[in-house]
Design a binder for this molecule. Structure first.
Ligand code: GLN
Length: 447
């Protein structure tokens, strides 16, 4: 723990943490040390873990990196935090992220951007940018993030870490600040596959507080044997061949596939003709859900309150106008629009149908193949400020990650070394519903 505290001080300029829990982490470490001496410590004893600042931890602040929740102290712990604590992980602090997890570069945070440790002029990725940089720069052993449309996988890719988004319904969302509830999942950012397996084993499984969690038994992910099984791998042709894809990323993915083929896995290039619909469907549906989820921040029940307002409506208006940042407002407006009576059928319902098509198409593909491969993002980490002018450019960069989110299937970002500028490269693997074991076992072959 002292090592990580030193590292955190040394790398403060990266802005990864919104708060370090010096006191509670220190106390926890002392108690766990005692349990270790007694031989009664849990599975995660010795693991020092950071949590994204949209995950509730009793008695600690949680802000979703928004002015709206600045100073809010959570009265209860999320199920994921509860499970970490039960297994004696030390929770070292809360990590910076995009405001309400809306963004792909960690530039929408009220507390400023997180900087990539590979090049502090560049973004960490987002929205779980703090989580990725904390693992990248060795500020903690592993971190929790949340992934609605790529927020664990893309920052992990930009920082050279392993980012796992489990199947929708694998991990409880209880106590996780909602963005788009039919997409949101807690995921892990780690520097080894075995840490990802261990954390998933602890976090996954039924929860009385979240009825969307599956009651499927949780496999012993840590007992996975790698190497022996040969997988059928499909590469999404249009994603790899896209002119928008950075050529060095393409070469790195192709080289990795050659290596896998030599190990005895089969590789086929398959076509996916719904690519153009992914980003539009994702942004219609997630903004609709966000506009509903964020209506609770009204200056009365939660969060920032304007003190000068002279009536209820002005109180709502001013509190929300002051509490939310520009990107969150944009999404609330867009979501309210697509849900409004005159446009519901044209946008929201249409997008629901498109989601169904995408899901069916992926399910079909995953009947023939064990794993589907694509890039994580079109480029490696880009310079801070480069994409902030045009939100559409930023949204389009989510094209490869939102596929698994729309389909509800698990996906993982696996590092593929660095480009000549020293920026991390990455590949994404997707598998069928609840086939996290396949992802974990194949990921090892890439490393
Ligand atoms: N970049 C995507 C968005 O802005 C993904 C965010 C996320 O997964 N939380 O919606």
């Amino acid at each position: 723990l002292d090592h990580y505290f030193d590292q955190i001080r040394k790398f403060e300029h990266l802005n990864a943490f919104n708060e370090v829990f010096f006191e509670s982490a220190g106390q926890q470490a002392a108690e766990i040390q005692h349990k270790i001496d007694q031989g009664t410590a849990g599975k995660l004893a010795g693991m020092v873990i950071g949590i994204k600042d949209n995950i509730c931890y009793q008695g600690h602040q949680v802000t979703a990196s928004s002015k709206m929740l600045d100073g809010f102290v959570s009265p209860y712990s999320s199920t994921v935090v509860q499970r970490l604590l039960e297994q004696d992980a030390v929770i070292i602090g809360r990590l910076n992220c995009d405001e309400f997890a809306m963004g792909g570069s960690n530039e929408t945070s009220y507390f400023g951007p997180v900087k990539n440790a590979a090049d502090p002029q560049r973004v960490a990725g987002g929205s779980s940018g703090g989580s990725a940089v904390a693992v990248q720069a060795d500020l903690c052993l592993a971190a929790l993030g949340t992934d609605t449309g790529g927020s664990v996988r893309q920052p992990a890719a930009f920082c050279g870490c392993i980012g796992l988004k489990p199947s929708y319904g694998r991990i409880s969302r209880y106590g996780v600040i909602a963005y788009a509830s039919s997409f949101d999942q807690v995921g892990t950012i780690t520097s080894s596959v075995s840490d990802a397996a261990l954390l998933l084993e602890v976090l996954a499984g039924a929860d009385d507080y979240d009825s969307t969690v599956s009651t499927k038994p949780v496999p012993v992910y840590t007992a996975l044997t790698t190497g022996s099984k040969k997988y059928k791998i499909a590469v999404l042709k249009e994603t790899i061949e896209s002119p928008a894809l950075d050529p060095v990323t393409r070469e790195a993915i192709e080289a990795a596939l050659v290596k896998l083929k030599a190990q005895g896995h089969s590789i086929d290039y398959v076509s996916f003709d719904l690519l153009d619909y992914l980003v539009p469907a994702y942004y219609v549906l997630t903004t609709a859900e966000a506009s509903s989820n964020l209506s609770r921040y009204d200056g009365v029940h939660f969060g920032h309150r304007n003190m000068e307002a002279d009536g209820l409506n002005t109180l709502y208006k001013l509190s929300r106008a002051e509490g939310f940042g520009a990107e969150v407002k944009r999404r609330i407006l867009l979501g309210t629009f697509v849900l409004s009576a005159g446009y519901y059928d044209a946008y929201y319902q249409k997008a629901q149908k498109v989601r169904m098509l995408i899901r069916e198409k992926m399910d079909l593909l995953l009947q023939d193949f064990d794993v589907v491969v694509s890039p994580v993002a079109p480029t490696p980490a880009f310079p801070i400020g480069e994409n902030t002018e045009d939100p559409l450019v930023m949204y389009m960069a989510d094209i490869y990650t939102v596929l698994a989110s729309l389909a509800g299937i698990p996906a993982i970002a696996v590092p593929l070394g660095n480009n000549p500028e020293g920026l991390p490269l990455s590949v994404q693997l997707m598998a069928g519903h609840f086939k996290e074991d396949v992802l974990l076992s194949l990921s090892e072959s890439f490393l």
